[in-house]
Ligand binder design. Structure first.
Ligand code: FA5
Length: 334
């Protein structure tokens, strides 16, 4: 007959063995050994019938108690082992896999850089509508009704659009960011200095340098006693910072834009090549008249550059169409 001490010993041994168990098979073996059909405890329980009533009364509950205890421990261990199986085998000392993060498009990178530089020179960054009125895109910029730029070939007109009541003009997709000069001046009093980055549209033939939608950056500074010397200083400072101090040469040549007088074009030499980068000039007095500024009180300069062109120069990209191709082999290089 088994005594209490032996029962305690069985429990102790069980707990020790349980600690060493690594998988469900070992656990099942231990279970079978103790409480299986022919297990140690099972057999003691079976043999109870040969004992005296007194021994039965004493040992019966103790054996049942131990059996339940063992069952519970085994169940708990089973859960623990199953949970461990769910956790992948991770070696925390291994170098981590590189996470694939998204990144900015080269045009966004360049636009952000441009915004940063002009902001640091105290320019405000302004947004404007891509769906624009003929009045702002052309009339108020002194682009006369018969100017070739209004030609159906260059402008995307909005078909059958309702005319704007105030300006009595039609809607179009803006062909440049210059209409924001007029919109801003209508609502603000000088002095101010703004830039307007944004998307523009032109109904043009595609080639390596021309897209039908691309990005421009408008600049406008209006105050008292402004001259082209102020423009020259600002724009050269901008390009020096944009090309991070690399050697660049500047050249200005006369040009014609109806909304400036005089008008000029800026070309820069970068890595031994000349690039046309901006149109610019002193705000035309007719434009000031449209926004009810007295040209005798204020002067201003304006400029417009192609953001795509700047990105092409900076990153040596041979074809503007690559920006819009959605080709990951291209964008992943930035
Ligand atoms: C203008 O659009 C004038 N609004 C610029 C301006 C502003 C002049 C203020 C004076 C004062 P232009 O058509 O040259 O100018 O275009 C300006 C720049 O936009 C060009 O130098 C070029 O970099 C870019 N650009 C023009 N057409 C395209 C095109 N199809 N695709 C990509 N970039 C273009």
């Amino acid at each position: 007959m088994i005594n209490l001490e032996e029962l305690n010993q069985i429990e102790k041994n069980f707990l020790n063995e349980l600690k060493l168990i690594k998988d469900l098979k070992q656990l099942n073996d231990l279970r079978v050994k103790l409480i299986g059909r022919n297990g140690l405890i099972t057999n003691y329980l079976k043999n109870l019938k040969d004992l005296t009533l007194e021994q039965k009364r004493f040992l019966g509950p103790k054996l049942q108690e131990l059996k339940i205890k063992i069952e519970n421990f085994i169940l708990e261990k089973e859960n623990e082992l199953e949970y461990q199986n769910l956790i992948p085998d991770v070696d925390l000392t291994k170098p981590a896999k590189r996470l694939k993060l998204g990144h900015l498009h080269p045009l966004s990178l360049v636009e952000i850089e441009i915004r940063k530089i002009f902001s640091s020179m105290n320019f405000s960054v302004i947004d404007g509508p891509e769906l624009e009125l003929e009045y702002y895109n052309f009339d108020a910029l002194n682009v006369l009704a018969n100017h070739p730029a209004r030609d159906v070939q260059d402008t995307f007109w909005i078909k059958d659009s309702i005319k704007d009541k105030k300006t009595n003009s039609r809607y179009l997709l803006r062909t440049h960011t210059s209409p924001m000069q007029v919109r801003y001046m209508e609502n603000h009093h000088p002095p101010f200095q703004i830039i307007v980055p944004g998307k523009v549209y032109r109904n043009e033939a595609l080639d390596a340098g021309h897209e039908i939608n691309f990005y421009q950056l408008e600049g406008l500074v209006v105050s008292k006693n402004i001259t082209l010397a102020n423009f020259k200083f600002i724009i050269e400072e901008f390009f020096k910072r944009f090309f991070k101090g690399e050697k660049i040469e500047f050249r200005y040549r006369p040009s014609y834009f109806p909304f400036v007088e005089p008008g000029l074009e800026l070309i820069i030499k970068y890595h031994n090549k000349w690039f046309e980068v901006a149109g610019a000039g002193m705000v035309h007095k007719h434009v000031f008249e449209y926004v009810h500024y007295n040209p005798r009180d204020f002067q201003g300069f304006a400029f417009g550059m192609g953001i795509d062109r700047l990105a092409m120069i900076k990153y040596k990209i041979p074809d503007i169409r690559l920006f819009y191709s959605g080709d990951l082999r291209f964008v992943n290089q930035f």
